[in-house]
Design a protein around this ligand. Structure first.
Ligand SMILES: [Zn+2]
Length: 535
């Protein structure tokens, strides 16, 4: 409840207006965004609200005392800066020791009890500590940023501003009113916020780590209330977002003295000095974290990379994290991300027994690491690591065995995998059967050169482990169980599509990993509110 102290200074709306089109929007099918915002449980967000007003207070103070730091470090040329920034990147570190920071980690925000009392806050009630113009209400601003992705737009200030301006129902359900005609030019905290105010809100929330902490709360709520059911598997993959920046190619010398090239974001300075070549401020990358994301030999994108983890049976994404350097190989991102998520959600970690990934993680050492450090089994799509089929030492009538362990006979049939005979170290295969259950061998014209048998059973072959040395007999990818487990892996691609296309855009409109991570967090907040709503 509100204390009399607050009520004395702030007029709270006493009459609850019901608008006819609110009722209409509540009844429309695509009105999910409206229902969610209309029934928004603001009481659950009083702690982030208090933390936000504290951070805003600090932000305003800092803004007034414009930074005038002096820098003692010797002057660095633009070229030196390019090299320094290049060698700082995660993908430029020597393998192991010390292992580079694969996942983006924002500034660690120290937790402190808010100065503002959360229980004194409510929509339209702003703490007294913020002097001057009454600031825009946290709850209205938060709802605006949650609403944009629910309508399919990125949770970025420009889009939010456009929606507030163009959609009066949206503005009103967020708690804003259009400018009153009889008082032009006059400020009111109830008016639709300007683009600058929305940008400031986004920045304060980001720098105070509030987007991330709200995201974690949303996921925890959904886990604890049973909106998300327990599963024994966790699936992961990475995805790229197009960067809002250009790049240049930087030449460098590797440790063997060879000249190599790498694409890198251009360098710039944050200051407004007239001559950057002599001013003492540090050079920095215009778009830290952007890199060349390699999808295949012919497909490469200049972008940011995110790792996404989720529960395959329900198809629900649990976390999305920015990768420090977009050029990082997928095989390196999965372990640190699972480790992070297990740390954040111990209850979830307790139920997970197996993790699934594509062939980028088909690595014996990595499997051991998952088992020993996290106590889970890593199952990855099979990576044969050889392009050519096996054509020598084969049973009679068999033309070749594909790198994936599938034998193909001289009549062109693929043989079915049947199992293993461990005592003599052989894989067993059998000729396939037709729809009438007759073996394809029975009426085969190549029988003379193959089995040459008149029985109905058809051909059975064995292939020694040595012939298929690249296949692990303890986990053969030809087995039905392996295929059944891996059939659940692609569900992560649907989760990615939801986050990237349905609730936003894969073209970024800001630079740097801090903004990218905040963008992922904001999208995840709306995503988990939607899941709860649809439950
Ligand atoms: Zn400068």
């Amino acid at each position: 409840m509100l204390t009399p102290h607050v009520a004395q200074y702030h007029q709270i709306a006493l009459i609850h207006e019901v608008h006819a089109d609110d009722q209409y929007l509540l009844n429309t099918i695509d009105g999910e965004w409206f229902e969610i915002l209309y029934n928004f449980p603001w009481e659950d967000y009083r702690y982030p609200a208090a933390a936000y007003y504290d951070a805003l207070y600090e932000f305003n103070l800092r803004d007034r005392q414009a930074s005038v730091g002096d820098n003692e470090t010797p002057l660095e040329t633009k070229e030196q800066a390019k090299q320094r920034l290049l060698f700082d990147r995660a993908t430029m570190q020597a393998p192991q020791e010390p292992s580079p920071q694969i996942l983006y980690q924002g500034n660690v925000v120290e937790f402190k009890a808010p100065e503002v009392d959360p229980l004194e806050l409510a929509p339209g009630v702003v703490p007294l500590r913020l002097i001057g113009r009454k600031p825009k209400c946290f709850f209205g601003l938060l709802k605006s940023f949650i609403g944009a992705p629910l309508m399919g737009f990125p949770a970025e200030p420009e889009q939010v501003h456009l929606l507030l301006k163009s959609n009066p129902s949206f503005a009103r359900v967020c708690g804003f009113a259009p400018k009153e005609k009889d008082k032009p030019g006059q400020y009111s905290c109830h008016q639709i916020p300007s683009l600058r105010k929305l940008e400031q809100f986004d920045q304060v929330m980001r720098e105070a780590g509030l987007w991330e902490s709200i995201k974690v709360c949303e996921v925890k709520t959904n886990l604890q209330t049973g909106v998300i059911k327990k599963e024994i598997e966790l699936v992961g993959d990475t995805t790229h977002y197009h960067a809002y920046s250009g790049f240049e190619t930087v030449s460098y010398e590797d440790d063997k003295g060879n000249i190599k090239k790498k694409s890198q974001s251009k360098v710039t300075k944050a200051c407004r000095c007239e001559d950057w070549s002599i001013c003492p401020h540090d050079w920095e990358l215009t778009d830290e974290g952007a890199g060349t994301v390699v999808k295949s030999k012919t497909k490469m994108y200049w972008g940011h990379k995110a790792s996404v983890l989720g529960l395959p049976k329900q198809g629900i994404a649990i976390d999305a994290v920015a990768i420090s350097d977009g050029a990082t190989h997928d095989g390196q991102t999965f372990f640190p991300h699972v480790e992070k998520v297990f740390g954040q959600y111990p209850d979830l970690a307790a139920s997970i027994e197996r993790v699934l990934y594509d062939s980028a993680c088909d690595d014996a050492d990595l499997k051991v690491r998952f088992g020993e450090d996290l106590g889970v089994e890593l199952k990855a799509s099979f990576n044969p690591r050889r392009a050519k089929a096996i054509t020598s030492d084969l049973p009679r009538g068999i033309e070749k065995i594909t790198p994936y362990g599938v034998p193909i006979c001289i009549a062109g049939h693929e043989l079915d995998y049947k199992g293993i005979r461990y005592e003599n170290e052989k894989f067993i295969y059998e000729a396939p059967r037709q729809d009438n259950d007759e073996s394809v061998c029975v009426r085969c014209s190549k029988r003379v050169d193959c089995c040459n048998r008149s029985t109905q059973s058809g051909r059975t072959i064995t292939v020694s482990f040595d012939t298929l040395a690249h296949i692990d007999p303890n986990d053969p990818p030809m087995a039905k169980r392996f295929k059944a487990i891996m059939s659940r892996r692609p569900s992560v691609e649907r989760m990615i599509k939801r986050l990237k296309c349905d609730l936003g855009d894969d073209r970024l409109s800001k630079r740097g990993n801090e903004s990218f991570q905040a963008y992922l967090d904001k999208t995840m907040i709306s995503y988990h509110m939607l899941i709860r709503h649809l439950h």
